[in-house]
Ligand binder design. Sequence first.
Ligand SMILES: [Zn+2]
Length: 145
Amino acid sequence: MRYEQMTEDQQEKMLARLYKRLNKTLFDGKLEARPIWIVEEIDWVSDGEAWAAFSAEKQRFFFSSVINEDIKRLKKKDQIFFLSCLMVHEMVHQYCWFESIDDSGHNEVFRKVAEDHGLKFEFVDGEWKQKGSFVIYAATCNFRF
Ligand SMILES: [Zn+2]
């Protein structure tokens, strides 16, 4: 089934499985699973609207339902890759929180930790843009949902 066709309950369960896979392959299983909630919008973490967030205070991941609209044009395997990159990004926030690393504003330290776990960045038009990588693709290319 495609992501946007799933119920929120199915999406939460699938994302929990994806988290487990990424924790095992990219974080040596060091992270502790936290609840993942689908919410209507995430507007408390950035100027605009975010796709996903990790709340250290609530010890919970949030994924916005706006994603449904944004990824419905993608092929299913690209949906998996997109969601994996998003998840790894939020897991890096969880990792930084756990290790007491200041990752505010996606600073240089955040980018270093993220690169150690498979993300890549490039500097475009005066800002750092996140990219996926072969490492993340390889970790989840046989993941099914
Ligand atoms: Zn972030």
